[in-house]
Design a protein around this ligand. Structure first.
Ligand code: ARG
Length: 560
């Protein structure tokens, strides 16, 4: 068991014994080494209620607290109680890292990445893929059975236009690559807008597609297959475990859509509005106070994005047995998901026992602070960014010998992008700045990878086998040990909050504490038990950095 809950329980028991009050001591990490390791302001909080001075209360708390051999207590300032752990307790936390599994026996469905067929992946898809991968890893660590769902955009009226355009031009679909498909889409759009006869044909083509017409489906399937193969290439470059087995695109729900409308109708949740079937939910109004509907079926009889998402929720709960559903999608879709979750609950497709969370994220900005675009205003393609990052890393590593330079450049370049994406609160926008991302100093991926590689080299030099931490005399080694013991808690907190930046901050704190440790504690040149124990501490730090980076979806090279 981790030490913080034990300490909290002991202090809470002291409060019961002294004052008959059950309270949470709300232990915080100490702000300075001279304050020990943890601090509580419990006495200050109780002072009013008990009408005694905080110091008197603190004294009684200390008198009644039994920490055994975990640590000792000290009163400071106006009545803070400081906790200093004994070296044995600190060593124990490092030597016996626990692995809590609060998700054991539960299933979580994670909807992420979600690129669109016939379009290149862009930076928005990068964010969803990187955040989604990290969350899947963390949730699996927490014990969940993780089910990935890549909700690819492979359905809709645009495919009617594209198929019709291909037939009009007499181009076989299998000749196209993603870039050419994107151009085909633009040509079909212009054609649709300027030629009413073509527009009519396209609309009819959509009906053919949805009703399963053999030729139409065949052409559409080719567009899908070519796109998915290109997505696979990007996933491989990114080191994402996503495969085509995780793809459950919008089209997969086509056959369920009439039932979605029927069930909502039967539940009395639909209203006809201008020929469309709409759900008006309490609490959803626009700025002017007018109700905001969910359009389940459009006036032309077609189904849209919302109907598909409703079918997806139903499928995930009913067939995939989700206890928790997670959607990693940019913040512009916040209202959409609020409405989908509310309507799905009203329809009983999403029971109270299943949580639904929209993991929203901000926009990637260019150097000018505006949404990232190419110089001529076009979309920035994900592949070009990945190529650029790997090239930059390769240039930085050009003079290094004795390493597999290509592999390390890929690990560093891709890792730099991922870490930059994950390390700030995901709801914030961030500027895509490759120079800052690949920097070897500061809170960056390469800095952490380097800390890991340096430890690997040190341990190899020492030729150590796995020893245990026994002595911890220096405050710098104590601080490092305290942090290492918090690894499990840091990861589990991310599984709960779905905020990967907390794990990044934690790992950066570890790397910073490691530098301070190097400064004041010689390792290879120390002797006896001190040397053995410090090597064990280095081994534990290396494991934490390695496991933490792996959970974030990054590679931790042994040398760089
Ligand atoms: N394909 C969509 C896009 O690129 C995102 C889909 C999000 N997932 C969902 N279940 N709606 O914007």
């Amino acid at each position: 068991m981790s030490v913080v809950p034990v300490l909290s329980a002991r202090l809470a028991a002291a409060s019961v014994a002294a004052f008959g009050l059950t309270v949470d001591p709300e232990l915080r990490a100490a702000t300075k080494p001279e304050f020990g390791h943890f601090q509580t302001s419990l006495a200050l909080r109780l002072a009013k209620q008990l009408e005694q001075s905080p110091r008197e209360i603190a004294e009684q708390l200390v008198a009644h607290a039994d920490l055994g051999d975990l640590g000792r207590l000290e009163i400071a300032g106006p009545g803070f109680v400081n906790v200093t752990l004994l070296p044995g307790t600190l060593a124990d936390g490092v030597n016996n890292p626990i692995h809590g599994r609060p998700g054991a026996g539960k299933r979580v469905v994670v909807d992420y990445s979600q690129p669109n067929v016939a379009k290149q992946m862009h930076v928005g898809h990068l964010r969803s893929t990187v955040i989604g991968d990290a969350l899947c890893n963390v949730l699996a660590y927490a014990g969940y059975v993780v089910v990935r769902q890549n909700h690819v955009g492979d359905w809709g009226t645009q495919f009617g236009m594209m198929v019709e355009q291909l037939l009009a031009e007499g181009i076989p679909a299998e000749r196209l690559d993603l870039e050419e498909m994107q151009q085909l889409y633009q040509r079909s759009r212009r054609h649709f807008d300027s030629d009413p006869a073509f527009a009519d044909l396209s609309r009819r083509r959509v009906v053919l597609l949805q009703s399963g017409d053999f030729e139409t489906r065949g052409i559409w399937q080719q567009l899908v297959d070519i796109s998915l193969a290109e997505f696979d290439r990007v996933y491989a470059m990114l080191g994402s475990p996503l495969t085509q087995a995780d793809v459950v695109g919008e089209s997969a729900y086509n056959a369920d859509l009439p039932a979605i409308v029927d069930e909502l109708q039967a539940a009395g949740l639909l209203t006809e509005s201008n020929g469309a079937q709409c759900a008006f939910l309490p609490g959803f109004t626009g700025r002017d106070g007018s109700p905001l509907p969910v359009i389940v079926r459009k006036s032309d009889g077609g189904f849209g994005y919302s109907a598909t998402d409703l079918a997806a929720v139903r499928h995930r709960v009913r067939d995939l047995h989700a206890d928790r559903t997670v959607y990693v999608v940019d913040h512009r879709q916040t209202l959409h998901f609020q409405q989908i979750f509310a309507l799905a609950r009203a329809a009983n497709w999403l029971p109270e026992t299943t949580t639904a969370e929209h993991v929203a994220f901000g926009t990637v900005l260019g150097p000018d602070g505006r949404p990232f675009k190419t110089r001529d205003g076009g979309t920035v393609y994900l592949v070009s960014l990945l190529d650029a990052a790997v090239a930059r890393a390769a240039a930085l590593l050009a003079d290094r010998d004795g390493i597999d330079r290509d592999a390390v450049a890929a690990a560093v370049g891709i890792g730099a992008i991922k870490y930059a994406d994950l390390s700030s609160d995901r709801t914030n926008d961030y500027v895509f700045d490759l120079d800052r991302m690949v920097a070897m100093t500061g809170n960056t991926g390469p800095y952490l990878q380097y800390a890991h590689a340096r430890l690997t080299r040190l341990l190899a030099k020492a030729g150590t086998s796995d020893s245990k931490v026994t002595t911890l005399d220096d405050p710098a080694e104590q601080r490092l040990a305290l942090l290492l013991a918090g690894f499990d808690a840091a990861v589990l907190q991310v599984a709960e909050t779905l905020q990967p930046h907390r794990l990044c901050t934690y790992l950066y704190d570890v790397a910073t504490a490691l530098s301070a440790f190097y400064e004041s504690c010689p390792v290879l040149t120390s002797e006896g038990e001190t040397r053995t124990s410090r090597l064990a501490l280095c081994g534990a730090t290396r494991a934490v950095l390695h496991d933490g980076l792996t959970l974030l979806g990054m590679t931790a090279p042994d040398a760089m």
